[in-house]
Design a protein around this ligand. Structure first.
Ligand SMILES: Cc1cc2nc3c(=O)[nH]c(=O)nc-3n(C[C@H](O)[C@H](O)[C@H](O)COP(=O)(O)OP(=O)(O)OC[C@H]3O[C@@H](n4cnc5c(N)ncnc54)[C@H](O)[C@@H]3O)c2cc1C
Length: 285
């Protein structure tokens, strides 16, 4: 059996076994947030991923964290992970450099339903780091622009300095994507909108029979996004949200990420809103 086959065999037998991955680039995005490009080593072939899926990044002796894949699904060899330094594991990741090695396993989770969006208008609504799992959607739209109708992004951040991927905004707009950016608190250089992002719904006329909404961000933001979308007669079935809970195994064993009768790692993180409505907003304990 070849070495690659042995690793594949082990991975199949040990679904929680991380593989070695090289940090090939680190791009600072905002204060306390950077994007880490990771490439599998030892001949491990990337499995490919779909927009909205996540990986588990493992630091031996420190722990493991769930991080969304934010890069282009058409280039699965190099996977981007935009990481906010929140606690013990992500702070340890913040001290790593290009050339360092981490453990990586994945991809996991239910992705955004890109097939369903074909031929439809797509509204992407995100806040803060919630744009990370939606960036692969945007990149897919740009690759296959004619397969979609109108594509609108509503993106909100606390301040202009907290916004991610700002260097790509022009390219997105050149690709016939309508982009509305708003911040909660402006500074003297900010020329854009000020206010929470669900308010941007008031600036757009939507075709409720033909629009899908994909949303990721703080749950309080998504609650208002759902409200504004439904107020415009977009059906619950056409609204998709990406949920976050404390995650441990990522393969449906441990139950840490349970949301009502579902596990976010298996049935999520992307859910049709109608499927989780009774449990939406329920705090984890
Ligand atoms: C499917 C999924 C995708 C994710 N994608 C990303 C991503 O792309 N980028 C990113 O930076 N983070 C992402 N996260 C969140 C990340 O996994 C957590 O923030 C992780 O706990 C950080 O680990 P830590 O050891 O650094 O911090 P911890 O020590 O675990 O926690 C630090 C603080 O954050 C709180 N916290 C932990 N997990 C969460 C959570 N899920 N939601 C809200 N608060 C939490 C803790 O209660 C604590 O107060 C994702 C989580 C999930 C479930």
């Amino acid at each position: 059996m070849s070495q690659t086959a042995v690793i594949d065999h082990l991975a199949a037998a040990e679904p929680m076994l991380p593989h070695r991955a090289l940090i090939s680039a680190i791009k600072p995005e905002a204060y306390g947030i950077s994007t880490f490009s990771l490439e599998y080593m030892d001949g491990v072939a990337p499995a490919g991923f779909a927009p909205g899926q996540f990986n588990m990044i493992h630091l031996p002796g420190v722990g493991e964290v769930a991080i969304s894949i934010c890069s282009d699904p058409d280039e699965p060899r190099v996977m981007g992970h935009t990481i906010r330094y929140a606690g013990s594991v992500t702070r340890a990741i913040s001290r790593l450099k290009v050339g360092d090695i981490v453990g990586l396993r994945g991809p996991y989770g239910n992705p955004w339903p890109m097939q369903l969006a074909q031929g439809k208008d797509l509204m992407i609504v995100s806040g803060g780091i919630g744009l990370a799992p939606l960036r692969p959607v945007i990149l897919q739209v740009l690759h296959h622009r004619d397969s979609f109708g109108r594509v609108i992004i509503l993106y909100g951040g606390r301040t202009p300095q907290d916004l991610l991927y700002t260097d790509e905004f022009e390219h997105w707009q050149d690709g016939r994507i309508e982009l509305f950016v708003s911040v909660d608190r402006a500074d003297e250089n900010w020329k854009g909108q000020v206010g929470v992002i669900p308010m941007a719904f008031y600036r757009i006329r939507l075709d409720h029979r033909n629009t899908l909404v994909y949303s990721c961000g703080p749950e309080i933001m998504m609650r208002f996004v759902i409200y504004e979308a439904m107020a415009r007669r977009i059906p619950k079935d056409a609204i998709y949200v990406s949920m976050e809970r404390n995650m441990k195994c990522a393969i449906g064993f441990c139950g840490h990420c349970q949301l009502g009768p579902t596990f976010i790692c298996k049935q999520g993180p992307v859910f049709q809103y109608s499927a989780i409505e009774p449990f939406f907003g329920r705090e984890e304990f």
